[in-house]
Design a protein around this ligand. Structure first.
Ligand SMILES: [Zn+2]
Length: 365
């Protein structure tokens, strides 16, 4: 089913799998349509909008094809590169400790809120709930990993959220494996905490970039690289490799990688939002606290090769560890000795939730 709105600018298309699998849930969600503010003319006709949620299919090549594209691209950036399609390791095991075994089944990327809700001035009223997000992406019970911010209302401070959470389903409660990285007020060091040990909600604030799936075992793309030879970080190298090969076909991926050897530059946002407005990248840079953290770091990553017009953050990675360090990943600081091992899967659909009406490109690094 495809219905045009406002001439040919807005479409509410439904792909076959969606209308069959979740059609019963759709009518109530489709009741609030706001086509006037959005121009969809550059998007695929399957794109649609329901209440505050826009969605679009992503280009979805075979895993073997993506593995080949990544291997060729990464060889320009690392001295040793090995990419292949493998069975996903059991992610409930160390060092991952996720609430699900794999990254497969009904894969989606969700970009929620955005940097414009943090800078120039924070919007602490922007609070989201992971169970609500799961429903908006039409996957109750989804496992989600990725990067975002805490809800100030829930935890009483601003902090980095490292997502690894299974939303509630009709038959099971949510399992919150998220981590929270904040600046320790005692000495400005990193304070990494398991979210569920202090808080019972499943909320977050301002923004997040999430990869969602049923969390099933299955085939994934294993990426091993050693010794960085270019300036880009590991995720940028993969994203740009996809962009170079697929052009304006948007390929979205998510997964988890381990910085096995070396050190990395990460930031943590201050506990208090900036009192003065942060108008430039330099303003944001001087507000953030930067750290040089040591391996092993387990990194939850989401990236999209090409923004099809949703004002996406095209890559976002947050890391946790078992030695008390974590935060927002920028790059390793030890190119000659760094080693990465990651497991990734492409997403079939993109969802854009509560896209800011006023946007800018400050603070997206
Ligand atoms: Zn971040």
């Amino acid at each position: 089913m495809t219905a045009g709105g406002r001439g040919s600018e807005v479409y509410f298309g439904v792909c076959g799998c969606r209308s069959r699998s979740s059609g019963r849930e759709l009518p109530e969600l489709w009741s609030f349509l706001e086509p006037s503010s959005i121009k969809y003319s550059s998007l695929l006709p399957q794109c649609r909008k329901m209440a505050d949620t826009e969605s679009c299919p992503l280009y979805y090549p075979a895993l073997e094809e993506i593995a080949g594209v990544l291997e060729r691209g990464l060889k320009k950036n690392y001295a040793e590169v090995h990419v292949e399609v493998v069975d996903c390791p059991d992610l409930t095991q160390y060092p991952f400790g996720f609430p699900v075994k794999g990254l497969c089944g009904k894969t989606r990327i969700a970009d929620v809120g955005g940097v414009p809700y943090l800078v120039p001035i924070a919007h602490p009223d922007k609070v989201y709930n992971i169970n609500t997000v799961a429903k908006k992406i039409e996957l109750p019970g989804a496992y989600m990993l990725g990067a975002g911010a805490s809800s100030y209302k829930c935890v009483g401070m601003n902090a980095e959220m490292i997502f690894s959470i299974k939303a509630e389903s009709p038959t099971s409660p949510a399992v919150n494996g998220n981590y929270l990285a904040s600046i320790n007020p005692a000495d400005n060091s990193c304070l990494l905490e398991k979210y569920r040990e202090k808080y019972s909600d499943h909320d977050f604030g301002l923004l997040s970039n999430l990869y969602a799936s049923e969390g099933n075992p299955g085939k994934v793309i294993e990426v091993k690289v050693k010794r960085r030879t270019s300036n880009d970080n590991f995720v940028s190298c993969m994203r740009k490799s996809l962009k170079e090969h697929y052009g304006d076909k948007s390929v979205g991926m998510g997964g988890s990688f381990i910085i096995q050897e070396g050190r990395a530059k990460l930031h943590i946002m201050p506990r208090e939002y900036s009192a003065c407005s942060l108008n430039t990248d330099e303003d944001v840079d001087s507000w953030l606290h930067y750290y040089d953290m040591k391996a092993p770091l387990i990194c939850q990553s989401v990236f999209v090769s090409h923004d099809p017009g949703f004002d996406l953050r095209v890559e976002h990675t947050h890391c946790f560890s078992h030695h008390g360090e974590g935060g927002h990943y920028h790059n390793d600081t030890t190119p000659d000795s760094v080693e990465y091992l990651g497991y990734f899967h492409p997403a079939e659909h993109l969802y854009r939730i509560d896209r800011p009406a006023v946007t800018h490109m400050v603070g997206r690094d």
